[in-house]
Design a protein around this ligand. Structure first.
Ligand code: FES
Ligand code: FES
Length: 169
């Protein structure tokens, strides 16, 4: 046996906790996360084209259905379960509710991950074009795009120019 098949356990941080993911390293990340009870990580297409399974890996949005588990070695993973701030919904999560930025909500954890990454790498109030570009690759089968965009713009509007993203997501 050679290559990735030799790697059985993967050590990483998930939502701030050091964990070891046992078993076949070539399995998908979405399956490994859901096996740990993180059911906010959801799989739909399984092909890397819908964004539903997106989580943050080292702060970047990643489709976990096409990410082999061994790629998590030494990385920092944040799922929607870890997005709360001091035990409360983040400002971004609250704004999604306020803006009614979902219907069935199946796509919401993925959108939240990419929205947080977008807010983290930008400053000031975002335009609709900037939000739409930042959310490329995410599909919402309920068609809540306008409300999702509204929510992200609302959060971006409130943030201070010198402290662009503290605790927003
Ligand atoms: S389920 Fe992963 S991108 Fe669609
Ligand atoms: S809210 Fe239903 S798929 Fe987006």
């Amino acid at each position: 046996m050679s290559g990735i098949e030799e790697v059985k356990d993967v050590t990483c941080r998930i939502n701030g906790e050091e964990v070891t993911l046992a078993g076949e390293a070539a399995g998908s990340t979405v399956a490994a996360l859901r096996a740990r009870g993180l059911y906010g990580v959801r799989e739909t297409c399984g092909l890397g084209v819908c964004g539903t399974c997106t989580v943050l890996v080292d702060g970047e949005p990643v489709s976990t259905c096409i990410l082999p588990k061994f790629a998590l070695e030494g990385r920092d993973v944040v799922t929607v379960e870890g997005a709360a701030v001091d035990g409360e919904l983040s400002e971004l999560q609250k704004q999604f509710i306020e803006s009614q930025a979902f219907q069935c909500s199946f796509c919401t954890p993925g959108f939240l991950a990419s929205a947080k990454a977008l807010l983290d790498r930008t400053t000031g109030e975002l335009t609709r074009d900037e939000v739409e570009e930042g959310l490329q690759g995410h599909l919402c089968r309920c068609g809540s795009y306008d409300a999702i965009t509204d929510a992200i713009i609302a959060v971006s509007r409130r943030r201070g120019a010198s402290e662009p993203d503290a605790g927003v997501a």
